[in-house]
Design a protein around this ligand. Structure first.
Ligand code: GLA
Length: 351
């Protein structure tokens, strides 16, 4: 174990391969040591939560604005990440413009009412709101922080074959309920309209290596690609150590790449419940095989452009709270020392 602040830089080791990113929270940006850790090892930044609709949308300002279509946003927290990235030479992966989760109900309500049973807006109004929200957000980040954002997660988690809707779309979603599957191309068309040249637009989803889900995502993405409105697949990579299967990830990655898309491994962590030597060895092996797989694809010409860890250190990971178990899923310990998995990932490009 080395001091993470003086250990060799991870993103420097991958400079010729792909960007190495971290999803972080504001308290980490404001903590001197955590900020140092970010600057040393990562060249791509994502806000874990602070750029989701529920964090940007401003209810009081929207009501005061008196416009049925355009919701007002409060960018003050979001801007801290953008300024940090700009000032420290990182680029930012924006997460996320359109998602059924972490979006307040009032955004779907006819009169922006926050009453739990307020009537919902109709399809035509919801389509306009979606387009207008995407315009507001993209216009802000591109005007105030030109060149900082290089990729947007436009739509997150819209496929859920288990829910049995047509085309395997997630039916339990206010977006689906309002607009059917049309909300997806609608969001991408709007994002394309406001993207600057070079900014890439992503569809992002979890368990995207499962064959049935992968097939459904490919069907969706090939339609979006044919229309020229999607650039990449964000392969969420929340894994559980037991059952981790790099070969399944490779098969899915190839399927997405075959559509001509850029690949980002987003939201990478591997749930691991123990710090004992055996578990951490197993974790290191899993990380090594995942990176080796991506490096192999890259050598073959697949456009792998980014790998983003979901969290900075084991102490900061969402997994501990989520699964009500302790988890040690990342490359750094809470007291900022490198783990065995760090060494293996660091050295993977030279193998
Ligand atoms: C999903 C979302 C992320 C985050 C994680 C868990 O994967 O895309 O924004 O909420 O779950 O933290």
């Amino acid at each position: 174990m080395q001091n993470a602040l003086t250990a060799p830089s991870l993103c420097a080791a991958y400079l010729d391969q792909f960007k190495i990113g971290a999803a972080v929270r504001l308290d980490q940006l404001l903590d001197a040591d955590r900020a140092q850790l970010i600057k040393r090892h990562f060249n791509s930044l994502t806000a874990e939560n602070d750029m989701k609709p529920e964090r940007l949308l401003d209810h009081a300002a929207t009501l005061a604005g008196g416009d049925a279509v355009t919701a007002k946003c409060d960018f003050s927290t979001c801007d801290r990440y953008l300024a940090f990235a700009r000032d420290n030479g990182l680029q930012l992966r924006f997460h996320v413009l359109c998602w059924h989760n972490q979006t307040p109900r009032w955004f779907y309500a006819k009169d922006w009412s926050d009453a739990p049973d307020a009537p919902l807006a109709d399809a035509a109004l919801m389509q306009k709101r979606l387009e207008s929200y995407i315009e507001t957000v993209m216009e802000h980040v591109n005007r105030c922080y030109p060149g900082v954002v290089y990729a947007f997660d436009v739509v997150n988690e819209a496929i859920e074959p288990a829910q049995g809707a047509e085309n395997a779309l997630r039916s339990k979603s206010p977006w689906y309920e309002a607009l059917g599957g049309e909300f997806i191309p609608c969001a991408f068309r709007a994002a394309r309209r406001f993207a600057l040249p070079g900014q890439k637009l992503f569809y992002n989803d979890y368990n995207c290596f499962e064959p049935e889900k992968c097939e459904a995502i490919c069907a969706l993405l090939s339609r979006l690609k044919a229309e020229g409105i999607v650039d990449g697949m964000g392969m969420q990579a929340h894994f559980v150590l037991d059952g981790f299967d790099a070969a399944a990830c490779e098969r899915a990655a190839r399927a997405y790449a075959d559509l001509g898309l850029t690949l980002h491994a987003t939201e990478l962590d591997i749930h691991c419940t123990s710090m004992d030597e055996e578990s951490q060895e197993q974790l290191a092996t899993a990380y090594e095989s995942y990176f080796a797989m991506l490096l192999k694809l890259k050598r073959e010409g697949v456009k792998v452009e980014n790998v983003t860890f979901w969290g900075l250190t084991d102490a900061d990971s969402w997994l501990t709270g989520f699964r009500k178990q302790q988890s040690y899923p990342l490359l750094f310990t809470g007291d900022m020392r490198t783990k065995l998995a760090f060494d293996r990932v660091l050295n993977a490009p030279s193998h």
